[in-house]
Design a protein around this ligand. Structure first.
Ligand code: G4P
Length: 190
C-alpha cells in the first residue's frame, strides 16, 4: 500500500536493525485518515471470502482492525492480554511468548464473542515472529471457528513470522513489508 509506505518513510524511524518506531501514526498517536485507508484496503483484499468477524489483539491492532470492521460491516472482537491465568469456563485462553518484549502473556477471549463456524479475519499492527498471530489462531480454532485470513499493517519480513504462518497454511497479507533496516534507513520488499 503506497500511502502507508510513504508514511513509514516520512514519519517512521528505524531505531536499529530490529525496531521500527511508528508511534507518531500507528501505536501511540494514531493517523485516523491513514487507518481508514488501511481498513478500506483490507476490506478490498479480503472481500468475497465469507468472513463473518474481525479479531485483533489489544492494543495497537485496534485502530486498523476497527477500520477494517467498519469497511466490511462486521463485528470487531478484541483479544485481551493478561499476565495471569484466568480459569473460567466462559473464557478461552492461550499463552503467547513475545520475543521482542522477552515476556509471556495470556491471550484471552470470551466464548460468547466467537462462534463455531465463524470465518475470522485477524488484523494486527506488526508481524515479527508470528507468536501473537499463532496465539490468536489457537483461540479461534479452539472455538470451532476458522482463520479465513491474517491482515498485517507492517511485516518485518526479515523476521520469520510471515513464512511460519504461510507454512502453517494461513493466508497472510501485509500492507507494507520491510526487507531491511538500519539506523535511520528503511527498505521495503518489492
Ligand atoms: P510476534 O507476535 O510477531 O511474535 O511479535 P513479538 O511478540 O516479537 O512482538 C510483539 C509486540 O512488539 C507487539 O506489541 C508488536 O506491535 C511490537 N513490535 C514488534 N516489532 C516492533 C517494531 O519494530 N516496532 C514497534 N513499534 N513495535 C514492534 P504488543 O506487545 O502487542 O503491544 P501493543 O503495542 O499492541 O500494546
Amino acid at each position: 500500500m503506497e500511502a502507508l509506505k510513504q508514511k513509514i518513510l516520512k514519519d517512521g524511524r528505524a531505531l536499529n536493525e530490529q525496531v521500527l518506531l511508528v508511534d507518531s501514526f500507528l501505536n501511540h498517536q494514531v493517523d485516523a485518515k491513514l487507518m481508514a485507508q488501511v481498513g478500506e484496503e483490507f476490506a478490498r483484499l479480503f472481500a468475497n471470502q465469507g468472513i463473518t468477524r474481525i479479531m485483533t489483539v489489544e492494543s495497537s491492532g485496534i485502530a486498523p482492525a476497527a477500520m477494517t470492521a467498519l469497511g466490511m460491516g462486521l463485528p470487531l472482537v478484541i483479544m485481551k492480554k493478561s499476565s495471569s491465568r484466568i480459569l473460567s469456563d466462559d473464557t478461552l485462553q492461550t499463552q503467547v511468548h513475545s520475543f521482542t518484549k522477552n515476556s509471556d502473556y495470556q491471550l484471552t477471549v470470551k466464548r460468547k464473542y466467537i462462534h463455531p463456524g465463524d470465518r475470522v479475519l485477524v488484523i494486527d499492527d506488526f508481524l515479527a515472529n508470528g507468536e501473537a498471530a499463532f496465539g490468536a489462531a489457537r483461540l479461534i480454532e479452539e472455538a470451532g471457528a476458522t482463520v479465513a485470513g491474517i491482515g498485517i499493517v507492517i511485516e518485518k519480513a526479515f523476521q520469520p513470522g510471515g513464512r511460519r504462518l504461510a507454512e502453517a497454511g494461513y493466508k497472510v497479507i501485509s500492507l507494507a513489508r520491510v526487507a531491511k533496516m538500519a539506523e535511520n534507513h528503511i527498505e521495503f520488499c518489492d
